[in-house]
Design a protein. Structure first.
Length: 512
């Protein structure tokens, strides 16, 4: 029954996730398609502009040639010369002369007109001084309109097929050729709609440096048009699958998190968190000086869980105190014999600063060391440098613990936000320099310079130093060069292991 209930809830959620996936996929597809359309019209606008410039250049040259010619009127010689010029220029359909009163009386193509034709005022005077009559009534065929370019003396008619190669373009494309101010529309293919850059519409504009011409190209890349049905179905299907997969991943993460929380709670309560120990060595002699307790949790279903993860999770679940108490008790129980056997050894335990300020943990440390007959001096509490707790409160807690005989170390020094000034203000026994600095030893990096600086300041304020994360003999040699009595911890000597595997001395080969 419960499974059926869950199935009933699952189906609408799955349908909703798929629907959201479809919507997201279609939206993404539309945006990508519109952007690819923009690249298409950029190239189209450029091509049309180049073509418009060559038409305008051809027309200007023809007008200049007519101006230079010795035409005086509409004699047969004049008409022959006009014809010659008309044939010479590719984008010119006809050429002729204006009367001084602004009327047309003859042209190369139509010869002498039966009656003078009045063209009226020009539509535009270009910045090159050319007069344009756009879509003005034809002087030869009634009802037709033509484009005339000229001066007050001569004119040419632009060939109506000058832009024929751009006619009958794809239906989603529109192009218009205008004067540079956009006031006069010279040519258009398709209709430019106002408002580019909507979901589907993109627009580009390109203007000529040489002529009074601008080209605007627009594309309406709407994936919902019937032409793109195939793409629509593919994108929708992929979106539905992705939405469903994402939903399944989120649900499984949520369940894993819930499972992790439940399992961790059970593991802490039944004292299943175990400890490994990593040796801390006097590098010059290889002598064992102490060991750090590092928590481990292996779940039979989830496998090995990183300490960062389960310690953070325990804090989220409000289980930090229970976990800390179990770690303190286990560490002292497991290490008591070894510490008593060798009184110069110490055991490091990681505790958050809040735990150090928690009287119940301090009392536990006292009672457990007393119960096992361990000197408090043999216990070092490692706290993190970066903490939001006020420094004076922190120092009061540290002082109290040190007064009881325990040592206090600052862990991962250099990675917090407090900087070197912190060292002078906090009274601790040792700092543990983080491995990002240790591992830079002997290199030319900024981290290597910071490492030296940290070491100098620690020496000035008479605080001991442990170099964490030493992995290579070269790093160790470089550290020994400036700190001959360095304490070191790292994989060069040993990873964290069961206490029984920790030897009294570690002869790391520092040569080679
Ligand atoms: N509050 C508590 N924090 C704890 C406890 N146990 C562990 N931790 C913290 O979890 C972090 C990760 O710890 P871990 O995965 O155990 O990693 C430790 C070492 O294994 C690792 N290490 C040691 N030597 C090297 C090395 O040479 N190279 C390398 N890449 N890693 C190395 O460093 C970790 C020890 O770090 P630190 O504590 O800073 O000395 C870590 O922050 C633990 O503090 C716990 O019981 N309580």
């Amino acid at each position: 029954m419960p499974n059926r209930k869950r199935g009933v809830k699952t189906l609408p959620a799955l349908v909703l996730a798929s629907a959201l996936g479809i919507a997201a996929a279609l939206l993404l597809c539309q945006l990508l398609w519109a952007e690819s359309g923009k690249r298409r019209i950029q190239s189209l606008a450029h091509t049309v502009l180049l073509h418009s410039e060559s038409v305008a250049g051809n027309v200007s040259d023809a007008v200049a040639a007519l101006e230079r010619s010795a035409l005086t009127g509409c004699s047969d010689t004049d008409l022959a010369e006009m014809k010659r010029l008309t044939f010479e220029y590719r984008f010119i359909k006809d050429a002729g002369l204006f009367n001084p009163d602004g009327t047309i009386v003859c042209s190369a193509l139509w010869g002498r007109l039966r009656s003078p034709f009045h063209v009226g005022a020009p539509t535009l005077k270009t910045r090159n001084g050319l007069l344009l009559w756009i879509r003005t009534p034809s002087y030869s065929i009634p009802g037709r309109s033509i484009d005339i370019n000229g001066t007050p003396r001569v004119f040419v008619v632009t060939s109506p097929t000058a832009f024929a190669s751009f006619e009958n373009g794809a239906p989603e494309l529109s192009v218009q050729v205008t004067s540079s101010g956009g006031r006069v529309l010279m040519r258009h293919f398709g209709r430019i709609e106002p408002g580019g850059d909507q979901l589907s519409r993109r627009e580009v504009r390109a203007c000529s440096q040489r002529f009074d011409i601008c080209v605007t190209a627009q594309i309406d890349s709407n994936i919902f048009s019937p032409a793109y049905n195939g793409m629509l179905v593919l994108a929708g299907t992929l979106g539905a699958i992705l939405g469903a997969v994402l939903w399944a991943v989120l649900v499984s993460l949520f369940h894993r998190n819930k499972t992790l929380s439940a399992k961790l709670t059970a593991a802490i309560e039944s004292d299943e968190i175990s400890l490994l120990y990593q040796p801390i060595i006097m590098a010059a002699s290889g002598q064992l000086m102490g060991f750090e307790a590092l928590a481990r949790w292996r779940d039979k279903d989830l496998g090995e869980i990183q300490p960062d993860l389960f310690i953070g999770k325990a804090a989220e679940l409000g289980l930090s105190t229970v976990l800390n108490r179990s770690i303190v008790c286990r560490a002292l129980r497991e290490c008591a014999a070894r510490l008593k056997q060798d009184p110069h050894l110490y055991l490091s335990i990681n505790l958050e600063i809040d735990a150090l300020l928690d009287q119940s943990i301090v009392q536990l440390l006292l009672s457990e060391t007393g119960r096992h007959g361990i000197a408090p001096r043999q216990i070092a509490i490692e706290i993190l440098e970066g903490s939001t707790i006020e420094i004076s409160r922190m120092q009061a807690g540290i002082d109290e613990v040190r007064r009881l005989g325990f040592q206090v170390f600052i862990d991962d020094f250099g990675t917090g936000y407090s900087g070197l000034a912190y060292l002078g203000r906090l009274n601790v026994d040792k700092i543990k320099i983080d491995r990002i600095f240790t591992q830079a030893a002997g290199t030319e990096s900024a981290a290597a310079m910071i490492l030296l600086k940290i070491f100098e300041v620690a020496k000035d304020v008479d605080t001991g130093v442990v170099f964490e994360g030493v992995e290579t003999a070269a790093q160790m040699r470089a550290i020994l060069a400036f700190c001959p009595d360095a304490l070191a911890q790292g994989w060069l000597y040993s990873k964290a292991v069961p206490l029984a595997e920790i030897a009294p001395a570690y002869q790391a080969s520092l040569s080679g």
